[in-house]
Design a protein around this ligand. Structure first.
Ligand code: TXA
Ligand code: MG
Length: 299
């Protein structure tokens, strides 16, 4: 990696990584993604003992969460130490940390730690605003022409979860969900015995409040009214409208999360201009799925 970038698999989505303490490397990430400089990056670490290097004032409930859900699809926002520089935190006094649960990511983080590294900063390995990649080929499609010869893409198969990590603000008296994911409010409450603030649960109803993000080139419309020649994504018990192009028919919500991004990518690959997505109902990971669909359809 030494100064270069490495795209690597995680169980959520693929990340584009650089040494979290190397300003030049981190700058290369922002350039490759076209990402605004004030958007903070998540620092990936190998072990909970590496947390103290970047974060301090860790509340008891955050320790509960780490014990129960790391390695896993969960990012904790904590007060930063001086080692989490402005170029990582977007000038904020907090830092985001995660231990991913993927053998290739963990091997990379451990190898890096054994060379004296403390953490790898990595946003999702896509262009800014675009759909996060869930396999190595999608990383190539997103960033292939923006990586240098000495940058690397590690292929670790298809990301199992398929949606970005749950982000939990751990700077207050109790945990607060900033981005919903596979670690749900219910799971957080079970782990911490605290009531969780989750402003994301009613995401499907507050239409228009989300910035456009996670978007394919095709226009995303929420619902099942696809016309002939338009794309359609829904649970398998919803029939395909006449003449529409079925891009995914997941059997349950976990499968829906896992295939959503590749199905949106397939719409672009087939040069579709419109894709209709019927979001799943209910709690659990359905909340995160609705959040991402809402964002893909915004703007
Ligand atoms: O699953 C994931 O989280 C993936 C994989 C690669 O780990 N990463 C990911 O990174 O989704 P990215 O950069 O695409 O999204 C990170 C989100 C951004 O919305 C950013 O604003 C937020 O995390 N974030 C990072 N540090 C933060 C901080 N200190 N305070 C608040 N939000 C923060
Ligand atoms: Mg992203």
């Amino acid at each position: 990696m030494a100064g270069g970038l490495v795209a690597f698999p995680t169980e959520t989505v693929y990340g584009l990584g650089a040494n979290a303490e190397d300003e030049a490397g981190v700058k290369k990430i922002y350039l490759a993604k076209d990402r605004p400089a004030d958007h903070p990056l998540i620092v990936h670490i190998a072990h909970p003992s590496d947390l103290d290097h970047f974060a301090k004032s860790v509340p008891d409930y955050a320790n509960d969460l780490m014990r129960d859900f790391w390695p896993g699809p969960m990012t904790l926002i904590l007060p930063r130490t001086k080692n989490a520089k402005d170029f990582i935190t977007g000038n904020q006094e907090t830092v985001g940390l995660r231990i991913p649960n993927h053998p290739v990511a963990l091997a990379l983080l451990l190898a890096y730690k054994n060379q004296g590294g403390h953490g790898i900063a990595a946003p999702s390995a896509n262009r800014y605003g675009s759909v996060s990649p869930t396999d190595a080929k999608a990383v190539e499609t997103e960033l292939g022409d923006r990586l240098d010869a000495d940058d690397m893409i590690l292929d670790g198969g298809t990301s199992e979860v398929g949606l970005e990590s749950t982000i939990i603000d751990c700077t207050g008296l109790s945990p607060k969900i900033l981005r919903p994911g596979a670690i749900t409010a219910e799971m957080i409450e079970g782990s911490t015995s605290m009531v969780v603030a989750d402003p994301t649960t009613n995401s499907i109803r507050v239409s228009g409040s989300h910035a456009k993000h996670y978007s394919p080139k095709a226009r995303v419309i929420i619902g099942s009214e696809a016309q002939a020649g338009e794309g359609f994504i829904a649970l398998s018990d919803h029939p395909t409208p006449l003449g529409a192009i079925r891009l995914a028919e997941p059997n349950n919500n976990d499968e829906f999360a896992a295939v959503l991004y590749s199905a949106l990518r397939a719409a672009d690959k087939q040069h579709l201009t419109v894709v209709h997505v019927l979001p799943p109902e209910g709690d659990g990971i359905a909340i995160a799925i609705r959040d991402r669909i809402q964002r893909a359809a915004a703007g």
